[in-house]
Design a binder for this molecule. Sequence first.
Ligand code: SAM
Length: 212
Amino acid sequence: MRLRNITGCREMIGESEFVVHEPETMKGKWREAFGNDHPVYVEIGMGKGRFLMDMARLYPEINFIGIEKYSSVLLRAVQKLEEEELPNVRLIRMDAEDLENVFAQGELDRIYLNFSDPWPKDRHAKRRLESRQFLARYDQILKKDGTIEFKTDNRALFDFALEEVEAAGWTLNEKTFDLHADARLNEGNVMTEYEERFSAQGNPICKYIISR
Ligand code: SAM
């Protein structure tokens, strides 16, 4: 998802106190940034930030960081946050390939991957956020019993993600091919923008939860 360039986008993002502009300087100090000792959950590829903000409202005792590659998309989340100030949210514009420069070993308690870009060509497999290359990055920054939660309506991407979990030696704690029909796993589910759109079209939503 990439929105067209919006004039003044970088300036608006630059002025927001919710955006961390030099995230590398916070490596190992994210709890200080929030001024508390609460767990830190990150959503990678958060888009316009609806899931992140809904979660932050529901769980004020958790610190949430949203990561998004494109300024034009991040801007939507910034605008919403300027209207409704949530003290437990911070945003970073960055490519997830650089995660290890921004988070210290074991600094994160949970990572959310919601409706990640599928990168359908085989030669682009390592760009998928669920690839073994990304799992190796998550391995560095997640704490020992930390978890990753992944949702998608793309069955091919989900099947790939399951293969990668096994290949990388992670533990599959939960798996469903139809989240909304699974009363137990769907309990407390917070829908993302893409989830709402695709489930309204009748697409089942796949989800896994993994840990080391
Ligand atoms: N998570 C949201 C949802 O479920 O509604 C948005 C899903 S959208 C399909 C995927 C988002 O991930 C896009 O906004 C895209 O720019 C972002 N993204 C893709 N690859 C990324 C990367 N390597 N680092 C950071 N963001 C990325």
